[in-house]
Design a protein around this ligand. Structure first.
Ligand code: IPD
Ligand code: CA
Ligand code: CA
Length: 248
């Protein structure tokens, strides 16, 4: 079995999300470990490459072509129809840009779709492992033909956790280092793999027992949050309320 929504509006968007995620992933695979033009954005360590921009241009053009009435929020600035549309695509064209720029083989394309503000679809594609994580609201979380379930581990000391650090870590004291130290001292292990979207998919797949990160943007998590929830996991803010990353 694979994910197959019965409603045409969702099935058609899933088909397009899958297709453009794979086409963008093909670009990433081809350009991996080649000479790249690299710029920085909000901070010197916040990178963007020509591949981020090329992937976003491809994805946004395809959505505008097929669903011109859908809204788009894309990390590098691509837009679609005005806000207020029934469907909104939230796109991180290359999550794990620092990894990509350094030839560290862990990055992905992340595409989430909201329907009137509710997360209904997520596709995350890792081009190097050829892993495509998918979820629809109520339809479960899937990796190809495998339905995903989160870990059942309840002991912190037996868990493997993931986290990340914001791009203002050099300047801001709100830097996640205290929480990182606490978990290092109490968990079985911790990873800072460098792709928030894949971190969430790995929680959905039970590879990680948990993940936290501060100062994320909507495009980092739009697909991954639905993957975790559809795999039976829970996602919240630090107070236990609904997760509501900035950039909405
Ligand atoms: C970043 C990655 C990283 C996370 C950062 C994100 P980008 O996204 O997901 O793992 O720690 O918070 O901004 O810049 O590679 O798309
Ligand atoms: Ca990102
Ligand atoms: Ca990105």
């Amino acid at each position: 079995m694979t994910l197959a929504p019965s409603e045409p509006a969702l099935a058609e968007r899933l088909a397009l999300a899958r297709e453009v995620a794979r086409r963008a992933g093909d670009i990433q695979r081809e350009r991996y470990e080649t000479d790249l033009t690299i710029d920085s954005k909000s901070a010197s360590i916040d990178l963007v490459t020509e591949v981020d921009r090329a992937c976003e241009a491809l994805i946004v053009a395809a959505i505008r072509d097929v669903f011109p009435g859908d809204a788009i929020l894309a990390e590098e600035g691509g837009v679609g129809a005005a806000e207020g549309a029934e469907f909104r695509w939230i796109i991180d064209p290359l999550d794990g840009t620092t990894n990509f720029a350094h030839g560290f083989p862990h990055f992905c394309v992340s595409i989430g779709i909201e329907r009137r503000g509710v997360r209904v679809l997520g596709v995350v594609y890792d081009p190097l492992l050829d892993e495509c994580f998918e979820a629809t609201k109520g339809g479960g979380a899937w990796l190809g033909s495998r339905r995903l379930s989160v870990s059942r581990e309840t002991e912190l000391g037996r868990g493997l956790f993931a986290t990340g650090f914001p791009y203002d870590v050099h300047e801001s004291d709100d830097d996640n280092l205290a929480a990182f130290a606490n978990v290092v001292k109490s968990a079985r292990g911790i990873r800072r793999a460098g792709s928030a979207a894949l971190d969430l998919c790995y929680v959905a797949a039970g590879r990680f027992d948990g993940y936290w990160e501060r100062k994320l943007h909507a495009w980092d998590v739009a697909a991954g949050i639905l993957l975790v929830e559809e795999a039976g996991g829970r996602v919240s803010d630090e107070q236990g309320g609904p997760a509501d990353p900035s950039g909405r």
